[in-house]
Design a protein. Structure first.
Length: 383
């Protein structure tokens, strides 16, 4: 029986040999540095009850049309004045324009993050821009092989360009299966780096796991990513639980002008593999050497319904945590480019399309130009 292409490929040959030489590959599979639970023991029944709760199901979805900004030539036509511009395109997909180069993280243009076209989590808002309208890309970076980060239709479309892919060990087998020429694929282990157009891309640790379809044991690696240019450095977390490695990554590669950190799809049922918003804020501080420097862009929320928490809760809690820490945060519309160096004022656009919490929206204030120490604050009234 032929293996469905959406399930991915099994690494073979020299690729498999390199995987087996990795310090992260132990007893036939990749492992995190510390024992990690994908799901807490005994949580299956309470998780099912939570998933079936009617009010919980309502709060996990937006109640209106999610607003999307469609980038134009005015947005991307000129280079960023500061040399760094980010565009969150939904979920973990971010276009980073850094020091004259363009890097696309975890591109997912598919309608569902699933091996099936008719079932599985469905996109809650349209993609802000057509894939063919993105323009030149110097590198596509993939964090791991889960369907909401590695999207077969998107990869197949990008395979028809001259884009270079930089991915964790083993993921290249999927890309080749889907039509990416081997010479355009670079696979890295943790702490390894590659050059792309004057940028240095480094695979750094993350606390997560892999798995695609019926592939079985952990035959592909997961990673977070550091991208360093002549004038700027950024960090993309991929998916990860909170772990002490953030401080080490910050010491070796930081501080960062911007961090893109997973703050959604968390649950008490799987605390080791996804961060809560407060843990995401803590990770940002660790990456910055304990200081509230740089800017945090929350990712991995809003586009797909993947966890029991309310739809808008991740960003609400992240903004509150950033304010408490005195850190700078951006929460733009999907597709809205911004420069981390600019003044950031958070407009809670999501409140217009989400059911409010039982006790109403909390009030929080967002400081203008936190890095400059300005005292003026804009207070958002409760809903």
């Amino acid at each position: 029986m032929r293996r469905p292409a959406a399930f991915g490929a099994l690494p073979t040959g020299e690729r498999l040999a390199r995987i087996r030489r990795s310090p992260q590959f132990v007893d036939g599979q990749f492992r995190n540095p510390a024992p990690t639970r994908q799901l807490l023991q005994g949580s299956a029944l309470p998780m099912a009850r939570t998933q079936l709760n009617r009010e919980g199901r309502l709060r996990r979805m937006p109640v209106g049309r999610i607003p999307v900004h469609r980038p134009t030539a005015a947005d991307w036509g000129e280079p960023p004045a500061s040399g760094l511009r980010l565009t969150w395109l939904g979920h973990s997909t971010v276009l980073a324009e850094i020091d004259g180069r363009r890097v696309l993280f975890d591109p997912v243009w598919g309608e569902r993050c699933s091996p099936l076209t008719w079932a599985g989590p469905r996109r809650l808002h349209p993609v802000p821009v057509a894939l063919g309208e993105l323009g030149r890309l110097d590198a596509v970076v993939i964090s791991h092989d889960h369907y909401d980060h590695l999207d077969m239709p998107t990869v197949r479309a990008l395979a028809r360009t001259d884009t270079r892919f930089v991915v964790p060990l083993g993921v290249g087998a999927d890309l080749e299966l889907w039509g990416v020429p081997p010479e355009r694929i670079t696979e890295l282990d943790w702490h390894e780096s590659a050059k792309a157009g004057g940028l240095t891309l480094t695979a750094t640790p993350a606390q997560h796991f892999c798995g695609r379809g019926l592939r079985g044991p952990q035959h592909t690696l997961w990673a977070s990513w550091v991208v360093t240019g002549p004038g700027h450095r950024i960090y993309h977390s991929g998916d990860t639980g909170y772990f002490p490695g953030f401080a080490q990554i910050g010491a070796e590669h930081g501080p960062f002008d911007a961090t893109m950190i997973q703050i959604g799809a968390y649950s008490e049922f799987w605390p080791d593999i996804h961060m809560t918003p407060e843990e995401g804020m803590r990770a940002h501080l660790d990456l910055q050497g304990g200081e509230p420097d740089g800017l945090l862009l929350p990712i991995h929320w809003g586009t797909f319904n993947l966890a029991p928490h309310p739809w808008a809760e991740p960003v609400e809690r992240t903004v509150a945590a950033a304010r408490a820490a005195g850190a700078k945060v951006a929460a733009p519309l999907p597709g809205k480019p911004f420069e981390p160096a600019d003044e950031q004022i958070v407009d809670p656009w999501w409140r217009a399309v989400a059911l409010p919490p039982v006790h109403g929206w909390p009030s929080w204030a967002v400081a203008r130009d936190i890095q400059a120490g300005a005292a003026e604050e804009v207070t958002t009234a409760t809903g």
